[in-house]
Design a binder for this molecule. Structure first.
Ligand code: SF4
Length: 210
C-alpha cells in the first residue's frame, strides 16, 4: 500500500469512527480561536475551555484585550500554565491585529506567522477552521499517530506537515487532523495505546511490526 493509499484508508476509518470532526477549542470569534490556541500550549483543551469564557467576558473586544493590564490578564489565565508569556503574547497579538490588520485575523500564512505567539500549528488551525482553507495541523497527536501508522518517518512538525501535505487529499486534511486528536485521546494514547481496540490495527505500521 502506498502512503497515499494508506492515508485514504485511515481517513475513511476515522470518518466512520468520528463523524463529527470539530475543533475541540470553543470560540465565537476568529481572534478567540487564536488566543485559545495560544493558551492551549502545554495545557489541555478542556482547561482552556473553562478559562476562555472568563477571559472573553472580562475583555469582550479585541481593543479591550489590547489594553489589558498584563497582571490582571495573567491572573485570569493562570491555570493554563506559562501565564506570563501567554499573557504577553495575547496582548501583543491583539495590538498587532489592530495596528496592522484592521482588527481582523488575516488568512495568509505569512501574515499569521508574523503575529506574536503564532506558529505553523496555530496558523494552520486558523486557516482551516476560520477560513475553510486546506490545512495540516500538526499537534502532538498528529505527530505520534502518523509516525506510528507509517505515514511519515520525520521527527519535526514542519517536516511532518510537508509529508502529510504531499499525501493527504487537501480537502480532507483539516478534518483528518481533528479526528486524529479524538483518536489519540480515545485509543492511540502516548502511553499504552489500546491497539487491541483500535480500528486501524490492519493498516498500522507499529501494530503490524509487533
Ligand atoms: S494500532 Fe495501536 S499504534 Fe496503531 S493507531 Fe491503533 S492504537 Fe495507535
Amino acid at each position: 500500500m502506498t502512503k497515499k493509499e494508506l492515508a485514504r484508508r485511515l481517513i475513511q476509518l476515522l470518518e466512520e469512527a468520528y463523524p463529527d470532526a470539530i475543533c475541540s477549542l470553543n470560540y465565537a470569534k476568529p481572534y478567540e480561536l487564536l488566543f485559545a490556541t495560544r493558551l492551549a500550549a502545554q495545557c489541555t483543551d478542556a482547561r482552556v475551555n473553562l478559562v476562555t469564557p472568563i477571559l472573553f467576558s472580562r475583555y469582550p473586544t479585541l481593543e479591550a484585550i489590547a489594553g489589558a493590564d498584563i497582571s490582571e490578564l495573567s491572573d485570569i489565565i493562570h491555570s493554563c500554565g506559562f501565564f506570563n508569556s501567554k499573557a504577553r503574547d495575547i496582548i501583543a497579538c491583539a495590538n498587532k491585529l489592530i495596528c496592522d490588520f484592521g482588527g481582523e485575523v488575516p488568512s495568509g500564512m505569512d501574515d499569521l506567522l508574523s503575529l506574536p505567539g503564532v506558529g505553523r500549528k496555530t496558523a494552520n488551525l486558523i486557516r482551516g477552521d476560520v477560513f475553510g482553507l486546506p490545512s495540516v495541523v500538526v499537534d502532538t497527536h498528529c505527530m505520534r499517530i502518523t509516525r506510528r501508522m507509517g505515514l511519515t518517518d520525520e521527527l519535526t512538525p514542519e517536516k511532518i506537515e510537508a509529508n502529510l501535505w504531499d499525501i493527504l487529499p487537501h480537502d480532507k486534511a483539516g478534518d483528518f487532523c481533528h479526528r486524529l486528536v479524538l483518536h489519540g485521546r480515545d485509543v492511540c494514547a502516548a502511553r499504552a495505546p489500546k491497539c487491541g481496540e483500535c480500528i486501524c490495527t490492519d493498516i498500522c505500521k507499529k501494530r503490524l511490526s509487533e
